[in-house]
Design a protein around this ligand. Sequence first.
Ligand code: NAD
Length: 376
Amino acid sequence: MKIAVLKETAAGETRCAAIPETGKKFVALGAGVAVERGAGEHASIPDEEFETAGATVGSREEVLGGADVILCINGPEPASLSGAKNGAMLVGALDPLRGRETIDGYAAAGLDALAMEWMPRITRAQSMDILSSQSNLAGYKAVVDGASVYGRAFPMMMTAAGTINPAKVFVMGVGVAGLQAIATAKRLGAQVSATDVRSATREQIQSLGAKPIFVENVAGIEGEGVGGYATETSPEYQKAQAELVSGHIAKQDIVITTALIPGKPAPRLISDSQIATMRPGSVIVDMAADAGGNVEGTVPGESVVKHGVTIVGASNLARTLAADASALFARNLYNFLSAVWDKEQGHPVFPDDDEIVKAIRLTHGGKVVNERLTAA
Ligand code: NAD
């Protein structure tokens, strides 16, 4: 049983799909681990550390030769995977909806592609959830990035030269990233408020010591929403939410937006005219920038200034914390593979009717098999 770990080739990618700790654990399960030379370079993991953990290090051709499992962060080009065994598993964030041709390529190459971002959000799979692990880090980094461009301090400071007021931080969208953003802003000493369309988040906001700001007169989404996710809200709700935000936002110094709706463009939460009501020097960090943006005027990957307010188009924030993001991603992959590892056979075994397998398996036996792709 040979597990290959690829060096990422996507522009700007810094993470690595294994760390020495997970390499060692795979070796303890009886697998051979082969890491492509330089795979951990941007995550501060020298090749020697993988070797000390029991892995071999080599060229892509060497690590892929005879591989049964290929671990990656981003889905590689199918043509770059020759040498792996027929039926080898490719496990990573494969972006199935945006990269359909690539998925067809994996099927044609005889690979079993497993898209970790489609992991169902069930208790059993929590430790395998790459979206959560990466969003957690991104939520933290959004606040730190916001603080670094904000020309004032976050905590209240009483100095001999006078008092500095605490920053007011408003978090819009309280999923995994939003909760971490609230916690981080609180730790930095800000006064934090937050909003979401799912009513279950009200208590979560309060439990972190922040103030919930909710539309009261129009129904939003009851409880957790479908599977924990938001759906689009009614026009009446959107109007009420816009009014609520208009009243609140003018008094905020930092706004972190994280709102996403699966399968849809990000909802527009802040308009240009609302930005104009904010105090010059305020900062908005739009974590939905890559999904179309929650904020009018957001440019993904760039900071723009509108009406004196800096709008940070936050893109791929987890990549900026390469070592921690790699460690959590790598553990998600290990937790997944070790959970289906058959010790007697010495390799992972996927029961066809398993909820996790059905959700994340994209290709099998030379065909695209995932319902979300075949139905599209
Ligand atoms: P997400 O990234 O899809 O969306 C971020 C947040 O934006 C969500 O809270 C959503 O309700 C909110 N949102 C959408 N439209 C909005 C609007 N118009 N205004 C304000 N907010 C809006 O969410 P996520 O981080 O993936 O988390 C979704 C849920 O899944 C959470 O309840 C989380 O606790 C749950 N979850 C469960 C597991 C598990 O059990 N394995 C793992 C991870 C997350």
